[in-house]
Design a protein around this ligand. Structure first.
Ligand code: FAD
Length: 106
């Protein structure tokens, strides 16, 4: 059966890792594709309340697809919106590359 938390944890892992490896200088095609990815993702994410809220957040704050830095920061902010909604701690977005790309530096 579908476990919302297990699905969420794994999905965030995928999304943050994908953002971490997004190019520093994406082509116009890559920028468009990444925008489309999040639009499609938000329609098919198999947790209805999550998907509805995420669609709303996407409208308020569309993905920053300019480069790796922009996309990782945007996704971190999106995740923090959900964290706050669920009463979880906010994540320090300065450490997103440490968490999802380079490994903890301390
Ligand atoms: P998660 O929030 O899953 O985080 C996994 C790991 O990511 C953390 O251990 C931490 O190391 C890291 N992390 C945490 N915050 C950030 C950040 N801001 N940036 C980068 N890394 C970070 N659940 C609901 O109940 N209601 C919802 O409406 C809902 N909406 C969701 C929308 C989306 C798009 C997704 C992917 C998930 C959603 N979830 C929702 C699930 C929820 O966000 C969590 O995944 C779930 O509650 C399990 O939480 P967790 O404590 O294991 O850590």
């Amino acid at each position: 059966p579908l476990d919302k938390d297990e699905l969420g944890k794994n999905t965030w892992g995928f999304l943050h890792t994908m953002a971490a490896y997004y190019p520093d200088n994406p082509t116009p095609q890559q920028k468009n594709d990444m925008k489309s990815f999040f639009n499609s993702f938000s329609q098919f994410y198999p947790c209805e309340v999550c998907a509805k809220d995420f669609q709303q957040e996407l409208r308020l704050q569309p993905p920053n697809v300019e480069n790796q830095k922009g996309l990782t920061k945007w996704l971190c902010d999106m995740h923090n919106i959900v964290n706050v909604k669920l009463g979880k701690q906010s994540f320090d977005c300065n450490r997103v590359n440490e968490r999802w790309k380079d490994g903890w530096l301390d």
